[in-house]
Design a protein around this ligand. Structure first.
Ligand SMILES: Nc1ncnc2c1ncn2[C@@H]1O[C@H](COP(=O)(O)OP(=O)(O)O)[C@@H](O)[C@H]1O
Ligand SMILES: [Mg+2]
Length: 334
């Protein structure tokens, strides 16, 4: 059965640029798809096509069971889109804006009021709630837009880089609201440039680059392709390298790599922080003095390097300046 969002062979060209070059997507009902990719990958173009704002040159898409190209108006009734449909009225206060959205979507007045207060609080707008939106700073305005998109929970939602520009506290608040909506049955397509975010929110991840899907899978599957989590140890004395290597080989999952000149030993691990503590204890038992130790999680950049051989957001460059020796060679993809 096709998912709540289903697209096949989407193509969209702008002049010489193939913004979408044959994209297939499927998001089962009640799940979150993280559409992950660097700047210019085609994320916004995909969202605009799926939300009926842009006509593709080729391909088909069905959202909430309705054909996007044939019945765009009907699709619009079943979806929410952050920052777009939530048109904020400058002359209303933050609170009035949110209540209005609720009432527009047939919420009762009391419920709309309660939801507005809750969202204002969560996005740090409680104090500014009764000021007109035109007095808001850019950041506050952005949070109000997001809150407005979250007042009601349509069956299918799209959020295009919702956390870009949010501080950590507001990002956390947004993640929580999103998780609640999804727990309530909403299907969500979320675009992001951050693997960490897709990791946190998405059931499935689809990585796109230059209009093409270059990988799909769960966050764990993608991380496995990049070599997953690693523990890195920098020992104080060169002669302790061998001992550290042995500890990491025993506790890690796979080959330990040694970088002699920086006295750094790295190994892929499973079990994160717990394992880190074990490594520290074991090194301590053996009297190995360490300068630095850390758990390194793969980033979007690592995923990109392993999939494409180049880093995210800089198509032509090849990851120069990144620490060497992480063993995420391009040959590992697949
Ligand atoms: N309206 C447009 N006119 C011309 N080029 C566009 C337009 N929209 C997007 N593009 C180009 O299409 C590519 C994909 O853009 P976009 O979908 O915005 O990427 P993303 O959201 O992943 O950053 C980019 O090269 C961008 O410059
Ligand atoms: Mg974009």
């Amino acid at each position: 059965m096709p998912g709540a969002i289903h697209a096949e062979g989407l193509v969209k060209t702008f002049g010489d640029v193939k913004a979408l070059d044959g994209v297939d997507l499927d998001v089962p009902e009640g799940t979150v798809l993280g559409l992950l990719g660097p700047n210019g990958a085609g994320k916004t173009t995909a969202v605009r096509v799926l939300t009926t704002l842009l006509r593709p040159d080729g391909g088909t898409a069905v959202v909430a069971g309705v054909d996007v190209l044939k019945n765009p108006n009907e699709v619009r009734r079943s979806i929410g889109l952050s920052g777009q449909f939530a048109a904020v009225d400058e002359y209303l206060t933050g609170r009035e804006n949110l209540q209005m959205v609720g009432q527009l979507y047939q919420m009762g007045a009391r419920e709309a009021k309660a939801r507005a207060s809750e969202l204002l609080e969560r996005f740090g707008l409680a104090e500014a709630a009764d000021r007109t939106a035109k007095t808001y700073s850019g950041g506050m305005r952005r949070r109000l837009d997001l809150a407005a998109a979250l007042v009601v929970s349509p069956p299918v939602m799209f959020m295009d880089e919702p956390t870009t520009g949010l501080d950590p506290r507001n990002r956390q608040a947004l993640w929580e609201v999103i998780q609640e909506l999804v727990a309530g049955g909403t299907t969500l397509l979320l675009t992001t440039q951050y693997l960490e975010e897709a990791d946190h929110l998405a059931h499935d991840i689809c990585v796109i680059d230059r209009g093409r899907v270059i990988a799909r899978g769960t966050s764990d599957q993608l991380k496995a392709r990049t070599g997953g989590e690693r523990v890195e140890v920098v020992v104080h004395e060169r002669e302790d390298i061998a001992a550290a290597e042995e500890v990491l080989r025993v506790l890690g999952k796979g080959e330990a790599t040694v970088q002699e000149h920086t006295r750094k030993v790295t190994v892929p691990v499973v079990g994160g922080a717990k394992l880190l503590a074990e490594v520290i204890r074991e090194l301590d038992t053996r009297g190995v003095e360490i300068d630095d130790i850390g758990l390194r999680r793969p980033t979007l950049d690592d995923v990109f390097i392993s999939l494409t051989g180049h880093g995210a957001g800089n198509g032509a460059e090849n990851g120069a300046g990144r620490g060497a020796g992480h063993g995420a060679g391009k040959g590992e993809a697949k």
